[in-house]
Design a protein around this ligand. Sequence first.
Ligand code: SAH
Ligand code: SF4
Ligand code: F3S
Length: 463
Amino acid sequence: MADTMLEKEYAKSGLLKLSRDFCERCGHAPLAYVHSFGCQQNVSDGEKLKGQLSGIGYDFTDDITKAQLILLNTCAVRENAEDKVFGTLGDLKHLKEQNPDTVIAVCGCMAQQKHVAEKIKSTYRQVDLVFGTFAYNDFYQMLLEVLTNRTRIFNQSEKPSDIDEGFTQLRSDKLRAFIPIMYGCNNFCTYCIVPYVRGRERSRKPDSVIDEVTKLVSQGYKEITLLGQNVNSYSYGFSELLKEADRIPGKFRIRFMSSHPKDAGKELIDTILESEKVCKCLHLPLQSGSDRILKLMNRRYDTKQYLDIINYARSKAPEFSFSTDIIVGFPGETYKEFCETKELVKSIKYDNIYSFVYSRRSGTKAAELEDSISDKQKGLWLRELLLEQREVSSQWLSRFVGKTVEVLAEGEGRTGEDYLTGKNDEGIIVEFKADKKYIGEFVQVRITKAMNWALEGELVEDK
Ligand code: SAH
Ligand code: SF4
Ligand code: F3S
């Protein structure tokens, strides 16, 4: 560890010198274009990598053609996520021919997979650096090596690294912050690549999470989202962590995701309901409404257990909000089983569902199962589900009409000029007419209308 720290410091000073030289030559700091695909966990990793780049003198640009360093932080969860990255890499060939000094780097979940690294090595020669999710602590050393020796580096190490609590994150949002509380996943749902590309669960120490929340709140952040693939298996007790975060003084909201239904129980619901700052909404991925499919997915709960959580929460707080993830067309799923999902989704009344056509991920157990339904057919099922959900959600959203809700005003709205947009406690988008001076504030809004994607309301001004 001490050696790696030293190596890192050494690389850092080398990189700082290179940045200063660049600055003298070109009259501005070297620019990095950093884009994170995928989940919030990945966005959060991207913010850490930006923090590291800022520490060695980089500025940032949204214009990929102006960047000296292009860093794509990738997602492997579905094939279309990977296709997007390969598409971008293809487009960059031309740019690299014109600017051979530009460094192109690929990191994140795709880059952890050896077969992807091989494909990039042989087919995308414009890429200089490919490093997986276990190699972030060595970022400086790898970048220095690429810049000084112009070698290509492929690092798919599987050695779990210590959680580095000292990273500074460069967050683009000034109101809402993501804080990872744990990394990795132990669940091995049979369709999912995440445990293979993120390794086993590792939890951060509660003290350092609480310190980070406190710091962000004192900097003016109004919404903190605690992140993990399954926050309910946080080693030091998730309900305890929520209670402690709730005690931090200041006006702010606490959200978290995701919860695994096999671990989310009454204690979690009680903690949410007894707290002041934790939002009364839960993202609880159902995946399927068929017990046979849930078993094949290795989800380790059945629909009855799932409904028990929903019913318990709603018996205590009828407006409790739920959102979910659904996979349509798991190998061997029949239309009848899909309809069980559709019916369950309809009866639960979610505020939001995120639904996906099953995507075969090589290396996972489900990849070996026979799959006779075409993607086209699965796409039609997905549409059917979405149409059903659209109807349910606009009816269900109308429970807020006539009520006054607290909204964190996030920015300009899309309903019309003079409109602001924000979210209520339940995470539902609320659009309302108000002066821009309210952006960044909690305001009271009386809801006048439910649209199918959001609520509309009127600002209730302080007397
Ligand atoms: N850890 C989180 C989810 C991470 S991935 C959880 O368990 O809740 C986000 C969502 O992507 C999953 O909930 C699932 O619905 C979807 N997903 C994962 N693997 C998939 C695959 N192979 N095909 C289609 N959707 C998938
Ligand atoms: Fe994937 Fe399941 Fe882990 Fe979520 S809990 S990341 S779906 S293996
Ligand atoms: Fe994608 Fe990796 Fe997140 S696979 S969903 S970016 S953990």
